[in-house]
Ligand binder design. Structure first.
Ligand code: PLP
Length: 391
């Protein structure tokens, strides 16, 4: 059916999922899978979360959507909650990560146009980054494989080396309006920024009146152990973008900004029909409340240690594991064998994991995961590595 009716943009696994419970997914034949992937870092509260189910049910009985021509309580409550628990002052809501990044780049551009001059339109982004598939966000994505068939893209983007401040300094000029990066590169291979690197970027941006923009679409919303990944580093960007986990499975994105940049937007400068609708915001309020309730983040800390211990045991046993890295429950292992084969064999054995970059296995389990489910997953991984070692 897919060949007949669905465009060929994904290479999919041979499975049709039917339902989920906690950290497990079940396919239409009843086969159970342990989930270390969370629908690509989305399903942080796991499957069958009663609070999300009840919220969807009650909000759907009241009102799903009313457009941004009118106010709604769930949107205001969410904006307030996100701002009061961060260094940001204002929120804009949209539907995805790419859209949140489009909003951020437009905000940086309009601020620069109004305050620094019409020529201040350049962005510094980073090699191996991933910011999305729309034309603007793709322009910021420093990977040729995603860009090459869609050029020309935005011409004003230059790429520095991640964690290399001198490569950033070389690209600085009065035309730079923003520096755009993921505090932990996700799709590029789970590469956390160094604290001094982020601090130096903060200093450069403050001194030169450049917007420092963090894409926390994947690493934000509790995944790294705090509500925002930059709070782990204690470095505040001017603008942050969010999506994936924020809606608890309902499509949702957000851009938050400090007042200085946020006030550059006036009514009519940016918009989204569905952005911040009542259903998405009601669900996001549940997600944010769960993260702010210390228990979930305590679990992230505890399970981070458990994952690192289990991964270290595997590293001792299998010499093709080169490095373990990441923060919270956003972890990766670098391999010198093909991650694709590992992902495929694990899938057959009922474990969902992801690859990242060319040689990394990525672990982004639901943040509610416990030792029992994790242990089951690691047993499968050990079996798969053993099989590969014996080949
Ligand atoms: C860091 C980062 N930014 C942006 C995106 C794009 O998000 P979306 O697919 O919701 O547009 C992703 C998606 O993987 C991502 O990981």
């Amino acid at each position: 059916m897919e060949k007949n009716y669905v465009m060929n943009t994904y290479s999919r696994f041979d499975v049709v999922f039917d339902h989920g419970e906690g950290c497990y997914l079940f396919d239409i034949n009843g086969k159970k899978y342990i989930d270390f992937a969370s629908g690509i870092a989305v399903n942080s509260l796991g499957y069958g979360c009663k609070k999300i189910e009840d919220t969807i049910s009650s909000q759907s009985k009241k009102l799903l959507h009313c457009s941004n021509l009118y106010w709604s309580e769930p949107q205001l409550e969410l904006a307030q909650k996100l701002c009061e628990n961060s260094s940001f002052d204002k929120a804009f809501f949209c539907n995805s990560g790419a859209e949140a990044n489009e909003a951020a780049l437009k905000l940086a551009k309009i601020y620069a146009k109004k305050n620094k001059g019409a020529d201040c339109t350049k962005f510094i982004a980073f090699k191996n980054s991933f910011h999305g598939r729309t034309t603007g966000s793709l322009s910021l994505t420093g990977q040729d494989k995603y860009q090459k068939n869609f050029t020309p893209l935005m011409p004003e983007v230059e790429f520095a080396n991640f964690n290399d401040i001198n490569s950033v300094k070389k690209l600085l000029s009065p035309e730079v309006c923003a520096i755009f990066l993921e505090p932990v590169q996700g799709e590029g291979g789970i590469v956390p920024a160094k604290k001094e690197f982020l601090q130096e970027l903060r200093d450069i941006c403050t001194k030169n009146n450049i917007a420092l923009i963090f894409d926390e679409v994947q690493c934000g919303m509790g995944r790294c152990g705090k509500l925002f990944a930059h709070q782990v580093y204690d470095v505040n960007p001017d603008i942050v973008t969010l999506a994936k986990a924020i809606g608890g499975g309902v499509p949702m994105g957000a851009m938050l900004s400090n007042k200085k940049f946020a006030d550059a937007f006036e009514a009519g400068d940016h918009a989204s029909t569905f952005g911040g609708n009542l259903l998405a915001c009601a669900c996001a309020n549940v997600v944010v409340d769960e993260i702010l309730n210390a228990k979930l983040l305590e679990n992230v800390d505890k399970m981070h240690n458990y994952f690192v211990q289990k991964l270290s045991e595997l590293k001792e046993k299998y010499s093709f594991i080169k490095e373990i890295r990441g923060l919270g429950l956003m972890l990766g292992i670098e391999l010198d064998i093909s991650p694709k084969e590992v992902v495929n064999l694990a899938f057959k054995e009922g474990l969902l994991i992801l690859s990242a970059g060319s040689n990394v296995i990525r672990f982004v389990p639901p943040l509610i995961i416990d030792e029992k489910a994790a242990e089951e997953g690691f047993r499968v991984l050990d079996k798969v590595f053993n099989e590969i070692k014996g080949e």
